[in-house]
Every structure is written in C-alpha cells, then in structure tokens.
Write a protein that binds this ligand. Sequence first.
Ligand SMILES: CC(C)(COP(=O)(O)OP(=O)(O)OC[C@H]1O[C@@H](n2cnc3c(N)ncnc32)[C@H](O)[C@@H]1OP(=O)(O)O)[C@@H](O)C(=O)NCCC(=O)NCCS
Length: 157
Amino acid sequence: MKVAVRAATLNDVQICLAFEEKDEFGRKTKLDEIIVSSSIARESIFLAEQDGNAIGYASLNFLYVSKIPLLTWWYVNPESRGQGTGSLLMHSIENWLASLGFDHLLISACRELEIARHRAAGLEEIGALRLGPGEMEFFFKKSIAPANIAMTAAEAC
Ligand SMILES: CC(C)(COP(=O)(O)OP(=O)(O)OC[C@H]1O[C@@H](n2cnc3c(N)ncnc32)[C@H](O)[C@@H]1OP(=O)(O)O)[C@@H](O)C(=O)NCCC(=O)NCCS
C-alpha cells in the first residue's frame, strides 16, 4: 500500500504527541503540547501515512541563534520499518529545507546503534552534549543532496 508524507496540521497534535512519546529518552514536560503546536505552525513536523493511518513521523527544530535546522525525532512504527518510509520522510524534510534555501541540517543521536549508523554513513560529527550521568547526545551534520536543491529550484521556476 502506498505511503504518502505530509506536513502535520494542528488537527494532528495528539498524533504528534503520541509519536514524540515513543522516544524512550524523551522527557515529558507541561510545555510539550505548546512545543509540538509551534513546530506544526512552522510546518516542521512530517507524518507518513498509509491508508490514512500515521505510520511514521519526523520533527525538526531550529537552533535559536544560527537558525540551523535540527532533526530531533525520526520514527517509523516497528512493523513498517525497512520498507523505505524512513527515507521518504528524510527526503521530504530535505526537499522542504532545500526549498527554503538550507543546504544542510543537523541530526542528534543518543543511541549507540544510531550513532554508529551516522558515522558509517560518513556524516560529519560536529559535537556532543553531556546531558547527565551516562547520557550523551551527539550531533552530526548532513548535507542536503545537491539534486534536492536543484530539483526544488527547478520546481520554483
Ligand atoms: C530510523 C527509522 C525511522 C528508519 O525508518 P525505516 O522506515 O526503517 O527506514 P528505511 O526503510 O527508509 O531505511 C532508511 C535507512 O535508515 C537506516 N536506519 C535505520 N535505523 C536507523 C537509525 N536509528 N539511525 C540512522 N539510520 C537508520 C537504514 O539502515 C536505511 O539505510 P540504507 O537505506 O542505507 O540501508 C526507524 O528504524 C525507527 O523508527 N527506528 C527507531 C527510532 C530511531 O532510532 N530513530 C532515529 C533517532 S531520531
């Protein structure tokens, strides 16, 4: 069945919060709904849907001073993994960022597997935050493929 990606709307706040809660490192705060709603207002949350059901999710934030985009959560339901949905979400994000003139984004990672994958994929490691005992968050820089930027520029003509 075909999977389609779209930007989340304010009608999707509860769906988005449910995906955010699947991050075992995530901490719940009383601000979560406001944070998610403001990300939706910036069009920076994407949902992957199959048959009208959300099966995947990706959320971006922007660093405060530099305005650099940061992929904060990227998730596909376990039964739907390995079929390209995660890549489709990532391409949608890259296309959207390219259309806004960005040529790279940052990706943060806390889990060993994820960190190893980003290193293996050759992403540039640009720093880490020591969040607490035994908890480190690593930051990687991912260039947006020139094809995405060129394609978006051509679409704009
Ligand atoms: C990461 C995730 C979203 C990928 O979704 P998916 O639908 O299985 O992705 P695809 O089938 O399109 O595969 C995309 C690529 O992601 C890679 N990948 C899988 N898990 C990954 C991870 N945790 N981090 C980085 N890359 C990952 C795959 O190896 C694949 O690369 P390849 O095409 O070079 O083989 C999914 O595995 C997931 O939800 N994992 C649990 C949550 C998580 O770890 N999220 C990332 C932290 S933000």
